[in-house]
Write a protein that binds this ligand. Structure first.
Ligand SMILES: Cc1cc2nc3c(=O)[nH]c(=O)nc-3n(C[C@H](O)[C@H](O)[C@H](O)COP(=O)(O)OP(=O)(O)OC[C@H]3O[C@@H](n4cnc5c(N)ncnc54)[C@H](O)[C@@H]3O)c2cc1C
Length: 587
């Protein structure tokens, strides 16, 4: 049907029905029109799609008209073969290569549109009526309609017809009006928050690269009236809460900004030494205590005895909310967009503060802005994880190059089930297939997946006059991928220094310098762990088992384990609050 061989490549009405049906149903499931005006707009899209496929497989109206007008000047021998229906190729006299390019471009546009619509739908569905301003919504205000436009542009590139070319502007107008109406409703419902979002994020076409940043900065300057003063602004809550707790307890104003509610978006397996939640007064978040780590290497299985400093898995929500409750910081849910002119630009307006801490995870939003033009920081690994019903008694790791050459797999039991994941030290993100096979081998059932990048090398502790804590500063330990404890530890160190700045016992510059010094003191340890990480994926497979056995040997383990497991000692909340209360300040 795609060649010139069939003299009349039309009249395939079943193909018309199937193709139009697929697109209409797909769009229907993502747009879920409910009100009359939504159905009206959807009707225009459906008409566009039906008109397209009718001409593509059923009745070539456009070609009849064009051949009638052009007569013998029509540039193909058999205008009614399917291949000649690709009008751009026929009219521009292109051959095979042009056909390939047109198919690649048009299919790419349609696929991008479908993905965009799906991503938009997922966000809206998850938000359950709340305002959504992150993910694809941080780029455009109407990703689903933008996706619809991409699909139709793809269709016009692949198979233009007179009717679809005429219908397309109507489609744009109809959806533009629908979007405007929805925005008016959103402004009534969400008030100032939506007005600010609207002023920051474009409607359908995202701003790209430097242009986007420049425009944000320009707008930021114009909106100086929305500046909210505060002694300290954080870009996020993350897990580096001790910085906030210590700052809050000394009486100054602390503002936490995060695009998600605290504790609502778990990104990790939440395994940490038991003393961490205990020292921070959130011991009730512990789900299961682990006194052993079992490492499965290709030739043998090695058990590490942790009874000296047991580990635990904890409930992320309880842990994070427990830390927030101990602070007197104000929390504001908003997306941080950029940092310019010493102000933090967010979807809720501009914020200025004498002390700023970026704890926004691997993306390092403020760091990125402050270091504009500086090459990106250290390499990143990627982890993907799912919750399963599998139960176990230890923390399990697999270093099995036959199955997964570039990293490790783990299973962390949590009492009722377990968190099972894969980490690619090479930063590869397509891990779902491998993880599904791995979970399948355990005869366990996966549930929802979550995954993200995490750094595998120490970055800079400060960016300009901003303190950087957690993954934003590369604090996650390479090889073991333990990032929670270092984020908490350096967060607490940062908080202590900030407290001194506010008490006017130390200048901000001196505090920044001291913070850099404290973080730098650990660089050698990060290098060592990065070397171990590199070795695991590059050494001969047969060495993995013996090396693990050597490290777990009762005479060897006491030489390294206490140092590792006690790294980053954290102060008990009572002690911390007591110490800080002495220095109340109203900076
Ligand atoms: C699959 C996986 C499993 C892991 N398992 C473990 C483990 O068992 N134990 C362990 O110790 N470590 C683990 N890690 C590493 C650990 O999760 C991270 O190192 C740790 O979460 C870093 O904490 P953070 O506070 O720096 O960043 P995050 O926890 O990523 O917090 C960043 C915060 O910033 C917010 N944010 C980001 N951008 C913006 C923005 N533009 N505007 C507003 N807010 C923003 C986010 O919403 C988030 O709340 C794991 C990592 C992965 C990927």
């Amino acid at each position: 049907m795609h060649g010139d061989a069939i003299p009349f490549g039309y009249g395939f009405w079943s193909l018309v029905v199937v193709n139009a049906g697929i697109f209409v149903l797909f769009a229907l499931s993502f747009l879920t029109p409910l009100r009359r005006r939504e159905w009206r707009s959807f009707g225009v899209f459906s008409a566009f799609v039906i008109a397209l496929f009718t001409e593509m497989y059923g009745f070539p109206l456009t070609i009849y008209i064009l051949t009638a007008i052009l007569g013998s000047r029509y540039p193909v021998l058999n205008p009614f073969s399917h291949a000649s229906g690709h009008l751009w190729i026929a009219l521009l006299g292109g051959g095979v290569w042009m056909s390939v390019v047109i198919h690649l471009v048009s299919n790419g546009l349609m696929l991008a549109g479908l993905v965009l619509m799906g991503a938009g739908w997922r966000r809206i569905h998850k938000a359950r009526g709340e305002l959504v301003i992150d993910g694809v919504y941080a780029w455009v205000r109407h990703p689903q309609y933008a996706g619809l436009f991409l699909i139709t542009v793809g269709m016009l590139v692949q198979w233009p017809t007179i009717i679809t070319v005429l219908t397309w502007p109507v489609l744009l107008v109809v959806y533009h009006r629908l979007a405007r109406r929805e925005e008016r409703e959103a402004e009534i419902r969400f008030g100032e928050a939506y007005t600010r979002y609207k002023a920051t994020v474009p409607m359908f076409v995202p701003r790209m690269g430097l242009a986007a940043r420049r425009s944000l900065r320009r707008r930021g300057r114009r909106r100086a009236e929305s500046c909210v003063p505060g002694s300290m602004t954080r870009s996020s809550w993350g897990r580096a809460s001790p910085a906030l707790r210590s700052r809050a307890s000394c009486g100054g104003e602390v503002l936490l900004l995060d695009r998600h509610e605290v504790g609502s978006h778990q990104t990790s397996a939440c395994g940490t030494p038991l003393w961490v939640p205990q020292a921070l007064g959130v011991g009730e978040s512990v789900l299961q205590v682990h006194r052993h780590v079992v490492v499965h290497a290709p030739s043998r299985t090695v058990t590490f005895d942790l009874s000296d400093a047991p580990y635990c898995t904890f409930d992320y929500g309880k842990f994070s909310r427990g830390l927030l409750e101990q602070s007197r910081a104000r929390f504001l849910r908003t997306s941080v967009i950029w940092f310019a002119d010493s102000a933090v630009e967010t979807t809720e307006g501009r914020f200025r503060a004498p002390c700023l801490v970026d704890c926004s995870g691997w993306q390092g939003v403020l760091v990125d802005a402050a270091n504009e033009g500086v090459p990106p920081g250290p390499a990143k690994s990627f982890g993907l994880e799912t919750e399963t019903d599998y139960r176990g008694e230890a923390l399990y790791f697999w270093a099995n190059p036959e199955r997964f050459r570039e990293g490790v797999a783990w299973l962390f039991p949590t009492g009722r089930g377990s968190r099972v994941g894969l980490a690619s030290y090479l930063g590869r993100t397509k891990l779902k297939g491998a993880l599904q096979r791995f979970v399948g081998d355990l005869a366990a059932s996966p549930t929802a997946y979550h995954g993200t990048y995490f750094p595998s090398g120490l970055g800079a502790a400060t960016a300009g006059r901003i303190f950087v804590v957690g993954d934003a500063a590369g604090h996650c330990l390479p090889f073991t991928a333990e990032g929670i404890r270092p984020a908490l530890y350096f967060g607490q160190e940062c908080g202590r220094l900030l407290q001194r700045v506010i008490e006017r016992a130390m200048s901000l510059d001196r505090a920044l310098q001291e913070y850099r010094r404290r973080v730098e003191a650990y660089r050698w340890a990060y290098r060592l762990l990065a070397l171990a990480q590199w070795a695991v994926i590059h050494m001969p497979d047969r060495w993995l088992g013996p090396l693990a056995e050597f490290a777990a040997h009762p005479r060897i383990m006491p030489r390294w384990w206490p140092r590792y497991s006690r790294f980053g000692s954290l102060r008990a909340p009572g002690l911390l609050a007591g110490t800080l209360a002495k220095g109340r300040s109203t900076a």
